[in-house]
Design a protein around this ligand. Structure first.
Ligand SMILES: Cc1cc2nc3c(=O)[nH]c(=O)nc-3n(C[C@H](O)[C@H](O)[C@H](O)COP(=O)(O)OP(=O)(O)OC[C@H]3O[C@@H](n4cnc5c(N)ncnc54)[C@H](O)[C@@H]3O)c2cc1C
Length: 472
């Protein structure tokens, strides 16, 4: 199981019998574990994880009687990497039972119109949702007449969408959507990094026309894992294909001949190759000696702190929420609420609903739901658990009219939870990779590079593993 697979390596030398090379992977989040999984086919791999368990942002905690995700809880299904890895390790896939989110605007939960990061897929659906004012809607309808955008340089998502559809679309749609994925600000996050498809579409002319012409797909957008996304790192770590050392905080990496020396808790470990799969800030420290410019670039990548508050409530009490037929709601920052979103896990995932049956202390049925708080530069970590809980419950009451009295609450703080992809991020990453790739046997992966979503992170890890191999 995760966190219990500690195995001290006694081999100070690098080469194993039969020429199998030794690889150290630093960071036991989904990136590090994926790189270890790939490389362990023909390498001797050890994952060094600073905390007491693997998984990073994929984490299960027991709340009342059931284990539920307190970090990431879904993955994109329309990118292959996440679902493919889950299947590779023998896990089943589940799609949301309800995938119908709402938007809390002007004291009302309105239907969240289908969009590509705010760009309406159906303008009449947007009009019917009532999310925009009449003036805001008029601005949207004028988009086809606007000259093609100049996209020779990277711009923010907010600048791209705002220029074409007006500020209201940015404030009421792009902000809550980007707030959910990146905990970021629409007018700061790079369009090329976050929404390359929109950039390609905008270069050709009207986004309204391009969005309307997108093929309609009945492939579910999201996938989950029965029992929680947290089962994915657990399955990888318990595969026994590689060793995991938890409580192993790496302090430094240096060269040792053609290989590397890794400093961990006063001990020196040697390896032929090293994969650095930590967040941007620790990666900057670890890479300082080897690739100083890349390390400096990583140090400049900012992150947002976020908090997830999970509630277990008695089903009898929360039944009105079930009747709303939604999977949760998003909150635009302009609404000035405490929370930025609420996910009704009981409605979204059949496995969560099933896990809650009889999970109360007296065998009563429980429903699980969560709120999330924290956008870039908001100081949410300093708030007390009580403050976070009370603020969340007050917002849930104001949004739904349902007053909840949880039987259990879990507060998960994610310091530097989500890296911020500022305008120009792709160039920054290209520069980092160029310097790293010039050091044979060194590779980097994780949420700081090619996307923060789980499939993108897995993709970056598989790329890192391939790079280690190609340098041999
Ligand atoms: C609250 C929240 C909800 C999210 N929800 C979703 C979602 O629903 N779907 C989705 O696709 N994505 C989601 N994401 C994003 C996604 O979960 C992350 O981007 C992804 O899991 C990051 O994986 P990683 O391996 O790059 O980093 P991490 O998970 O951060 O792992 C890095 C690991 O490195 C370790 N480490 C750091 N320094 C050292 C050191 N010096 N020595 C050894 N180890 C070290 C850390 O302890 C950590 O375990 C969410 C993120 C957050 C914060």
């Amino acid at each position: 199981m995760a966190g219990s697979t500690a195995s001290r390596s006694t081999d100070g030398g690098r080469r194993y019998a039969g020429g199998v090379k030794k690889v150290l992977v630093i960071g036991g989040g989904i990136a590090g574990l994926t790189a270890a999984w790939d490389l362990s086919v023909d390498h001797d791999v050890t994952v060094l994880e600073a905390s007491d368990r693997v998984g990073g942002k994929l984490r299960l905690e027991k709340v009342a009687g059931a284990r539920v995700d307190v970090g990431a809880e879904a993955m994109l299904n329309r990118r292959p990497e996440g679902v493919a890895l889950a299947r590779e390790v023998g896990l089943a896939i589940e799609h949301p039972a309800i995938a119908s989110s709402r938007l809390w605007v002007g004291d009302e939960l309105k239907p969240l119109p289908r969009s590509l990061m705010g760009v309406p897929l159906d303008v009449s659906e947007l009009a019917a949702s009532g999310v925009l004012s009449p003036a805001g809607m008029e601005r949207v309808l004028a988009e086809p007449d606007i000259a093609p955008s100049d996209l020779t340089a990277d711009v923010s998502v907010g600048a791209l969408v705002g220029e074409r559809f007006g500020d209201e679309v940015v404030d009421r749609l792009v902000e809550p959507l980007l707030g959910g994925v990146y905990a970021g600000r629409a007018r700061e996050i790079s369009a090329r990094a976050a929404v390359p498809q929109l950039v390609a579409m905008a270069a050709r002319g009207s986004l309204t026309a391009a969005a309307a012409a997108l093929p309609v797909s009945d492939v579910p957008v999201f996938a989950g894992i029965p029992g929680g996304m947290g089962r994915l790192p657990e399955a990888l770590a318990s595969s026994a294909r590689f060793a995991v050392r938890t409580g192993a905080s790496v302090e430094r990496i240096s060269r040792a001949g053609s290989g590397f020396r890794v400093h961990v808790d006063g001990e020196l470990l040697e390896a032929d190759a090293v994969v650095v799969a930590t967040q941007a800030a620790p990666s900057a420290v670890l890479l300082m000696d080897l690739v100083p410019d890349a390390a400096a670039a990583l140090a400049r990548i900012e992150s947002a702190d976020v908090v997830v508050v999970t509630f277990a409530v008695r089903e009898v009490e929360a039944r009105p929420l079930l009747e709303l037929g939604a999977s949760g709601f998003l909150v635009p920052p302009g609404e000035r609420r405490a929370i930025k979103a609420s996910t009704w896990s009981f409605a979204k995932w059949d496995w969560v609903r099933a896990a809650g049956r009889g999970a109360g202390a007296y065998g009563e049925d429980l429903l699980y739901l969560r709120t999330s708080l924290g956008r870039h530069r908001e100081r949410v970590l300093q708030l007390t658990d009580h403050h976070l809980e009370v603020g969340s419950l007050a917002d849930l009451h104001a949004a739904t009219g349902v007053r909840l009295e949880p039987v259990a609450t879990h507060v998960q703080r994610w310091q530097a939870g989500l890296p911020q992809y500022a305008v120009g991020h792709l160039d920054v990453v290209a520069g980092i990779r160029a310097e790293v790739e010039a050091v044979p046997g060194l590779a980097v992966c994780g949420a700081a590079y090619d996307g923060v979503g789980i499939p993108a992170v897995i993709g970056s890890a598989r790329r890192a593993a391939a790079q280690v191999r190609s340098a041999e």
